[in-house]
Design a protein around this ligand. Sequence first.
Ligand SMILES: Cc1cc2nc3c(=O)[nH]c(=O)nc-3n(C[C@H](O)[C@H](O)[C@H](O)COP(=O)(O)OP(=O)(O)OC[C@H]3O[C@@H](n4cnc5c(N)ncnc54)[C@H](O)[C@@H]3O)c2cc1C
Length: 413
Amino acid sequence: MSSLPLSRAAALSAWGAFLPQVRQYAARRNHVEPGHENVSRLSPALRHRLLTEDEVIAGTLDRFSFGAAEKWLQEVCWRRYWKGWLELRPQVWTSWRSRVRELRGTSPPGILERAEAVASGESGVACMDLIARELIGTGYLHNHARMWWASFWVHAEGLPWELGADFFFRHLLDADPASNTLSWRWVSGLQTPGKTYLVRLSNLEKYAGETLLRDPGGSHRIADGAVKPMLQQDWADTTKRPLANLPPEPAPCAGRTGLWLHADDLAPETGLGPRFCPDAVAAFSSERIYRERYRLAEHRIAALHTVLADGVARAGAHFGCPAMLWDTDDPVAAICSWAEAEQLTRIVAFAPQVGPVGDLVPRLSSRLAGMGTTLHLIRRSSDTHAFSLAGSGFFPFWEKMSRHLQTNPVPAV
Ligand SMILES: Cc1cc2nc3c(=O)[nH]c(=O)nc-3n(C[C@H](O)[C@H](O)[C@H](O)COP(=O)(O)OP(=O)(O)OC[C@H]3O[C@@H](n4cnc5c(N)ncnc54)[C@H](O)[C@@H]3O)c2cc1C
């Protein structure tokens, strides 16, 4: 189904192939072309950190001047900005998840039926239906197509943004709790209050005429000026919380150590320090939770399994220790059983981002503490730095981040 990179080897190879195109990225990135070769399609790899942003930034600056690659670097940093913004306001994620459950349970049947039709590619607007079917068929969409379709859902169809974001989350192979939730909020006018993103036919004609408008059916509905802002109520509290203070690398430890790998960071070869040497590595997936709680599409579940298996195999080879991937109905209970079986004094992990993995942490740390095992979370120093800058809008963030990248180049890995 997918030619998107779902292993570190595939990600490194895709990145190597795309690197020379960075020079043309700014001029070409907005066009939606068949095959999407004008953009990197690295997002599933970056989302799961099969490849890290640090590696991409270092590789870019090794080859190009900052000025020649600025637009590219800025886009790569958007992910970290969104991640940091949500890290400082985790309740926005929780609020979105509970609204999705509530809307599924209480929306009038007409709304849910229309949402189902639009998400199945049966809205009657041919270009929007092509986008929905591409997502279902490939697990990927170009950024511009995401913006147009989200705007169509919210402002032309008048559907709740939360259900549209859920459709993306269930199908995108790069589905990211921060980039997805916050981009949908942005299109809806919640992220930058009062500023909505409105889809316009002339914009599609300019950037996707050949790809999406061969069949003009229904496109009068998105004619310039036809789509008006549909104001959405913000149910989330966006108050900023302090960023948890976490060490950048594991401290030395005398007892047995396990490395818990998860889908938010699958690059254990980088970032754990040269002396870190776990006695065991494990990752945990839960097809049941993916299906029942998140209703993920089958290709999304298969992709999660593939990236985790790749991470575990590499970690086992890298550290020369036993490494396994468990499928379990209860990841917290399974991690505790693993700790017990391996007699672990502590479990080290990259701090999960706000989202499905992060949601496991409170219960996990208290269950482990009850068994006398410590959960030792670390955060890469580049993440801590980026998150600390993500308190307000992207442009103040970028002003500081771009200065930082020019004065403190990320060491090549
Ligand atoms: C409504 C909506 C929902 C989105 N949902 C997701 C999501 O769930 N997961 C996700 O990874 N991205 C999401 N994005 C952001 C963006 O569309 C994708 O990251 C990008 O299209 C991925 O394709 P690419 O790797 O070919 O991008 P490229 O143009 O090649 O960009 C390179 C990398 O930069 C980062 N990046 C680029 N644009 C953005 C952006 N606008 N926001 C955040 N990071 C960016 C990504 O890591 C991307 O892989 C969403 C955007 C919108 C408008």
